[in-house]
Design a protein around this ligand. Structure first.
Ligand SMILES: Cc1cc2nc3c(=O)[nH]c(=O)nc-3n(C[C@H](O)[C@H](O)[C@H](O)COP(=O)(O)OP(=O)(O)OC[C@H]3O[C@@H](n4cnc5c(N)ncnc54)[C@H](O)[C@@H]3O)c2cc1C
Length: 323
């Protein structure tokens, strides 16, 4: 059995109190649902001296045009959130984990890699890896940068939707576009400062949106590719997940789509542009060249669904084939 390391536990009742504790402790981490953090701690990927729980803070559970970071993924699924976000949240893990896991935790999810998401003894046996305790990235040995993959489902959906996030610390508050929250670096993957709490997600109005996910098991698995698309009065936006150390907007495809009707030809061309930006690494499930090929297909499906095509059969076929 893998045991948790020792830690102190605090459960503040307000964001201000949580921010104060976080600022005063050198080695503290936030915990929301704990569905990612606690397994990571058991594997000794992190061992903070203090956990600051967000679960008693009612202000983080707002649900409306602003979505509190403390909403569980189940609450997001059952909310009035745009379809892409509900589809993404619905495809995270299993019902038990969605009942515990939160929107904020999903957006701040640690990056993943076959050489990192292993227990301590496994990692020690290969002399550890760059992301934790080692000097070499075992995926790309010449790389100075960790290439662990962003594996959050909700982030690409929210990027396509043009979401912004609110961050609070004891020294102030700021609101940034979600795209600005992420670094393309498997170790330093968030631009959030360690003393900042992600409190809210703000989603502007959209006309339609959709999220497509590739994973081995239709019932339960991290994404190895996520494609989100949303249409708003400002145009169509496509975002990719799980094919880099950050989720990102595909600006090349989005610029190409500007002012264009979604004809079959336009969709095909945009899908190729999307796939050209997908750079999966050999550090997750399923063959990386195949995953890149699938990016064309999922982008095509996403844009067709955005256009109004009925894609239910295609979704079912994907879910059944990859069991
Ligand atoms: C078996 C399994 C399968 C999974 N499958 C998927 C999947 O398919 N897709 C997917 O996206 N995820 C998956 N997950 C990961 C995880 O369950 C979800 O991402 C979940 O939403 C994480 O939320 P949490 O509240 O549990 O985060 P926690 O584990 O509590 O925290 C995760 C990280 O976010 C930080 N954090 C949490 N809340 C905040 C906040 N408000 N402000 C700043 N930092 C914060 C924590 O400090 C920590 O670093 C899976 C996990 C497991 C164990």
């Amino acid at each position: 059995m893998m045991r948790l390391p020792w830690f102190q536990y605090r459960a503040p009742q307000s964001v201000a109190e949580a921010a104060r504790i976080l600022a005063g402790e050198g080695d503290a981490m936030l915990i929301a649902g704990g569905t990612d953090l606690l397994p990571n701690m058991k594997r000794r990927q992190m061992a903070p001296k203090m956990l600051v729980s967000l679960s008693s803070i009612d202000a983080l559970k707002r649900n409306g045009s602003v979505y509190g970071a403390g909403l569980t993924l189940t609450q997001v699924v059952n909310s009035n959130a745009p379809k892409a976000l509900r589809q993404a949240a619905h495809q995270v893990a299993t019902v038990h984990l969605r009942n515990m896991g939160t929107l904020g935790g999903n957006l701040c999810l640690d990056t993943r890699c076959n050489y990192y998401n292993q227990n301590y003894e496994w990692r020690k046996a290969i002399d550890f890896c760059l992301k934790k305790d080692g000097d070499v990235c075992w995926v790309a040995t010449a790389s100075k940068r960790c290439v662990a993959a962003s594996s959050t489902d909700c982030a690409p959906a929210l990027l396509a939707l043009g979401a912004r996030v609110h961050l609070v610390s004891s020294s102030g508050e700021r609101e940034i576009g979600l795209e600005e929250l992420y670094n393309n670096d498997g170790m330093d993957y968030l631009k959030r400062r360690p003393d900042e709490i992600l409190t809210e997600v703000l989603i502007p109005p959209s006309l339609a949106s959709t999220y497509w996910k590739l994973r081995r098991r239709g019932a339960f698995d991290f994404p190895v590719l996520g494609v989100a698309a949303a249409a708003s009065p400002q145009g169509v936006r496509i975002a990719l997940g799980a094919v880099a150390s950050r989720p990102f907007l595909v600006h090349k495809a989005n610029d190409f789509l500007e002012g264009k009707e979604l004809t079959d030809e336009v969709i095909d061309e945009a899908a190729k542009l999307v796939a050209s930006r997908a750079k999966p690494m050999d550090n997750a499930d399923l063959d990386l060249y195949w995953r890149k090929d699938v990016a064309v297909e999922l982008a095509r499906y996403a844009l067709r669904e955005l256009r109004g095509d009925d894609m239910r059969e295609t979704r079912l076929r994907i879910a059944r084939q990859l069991v």
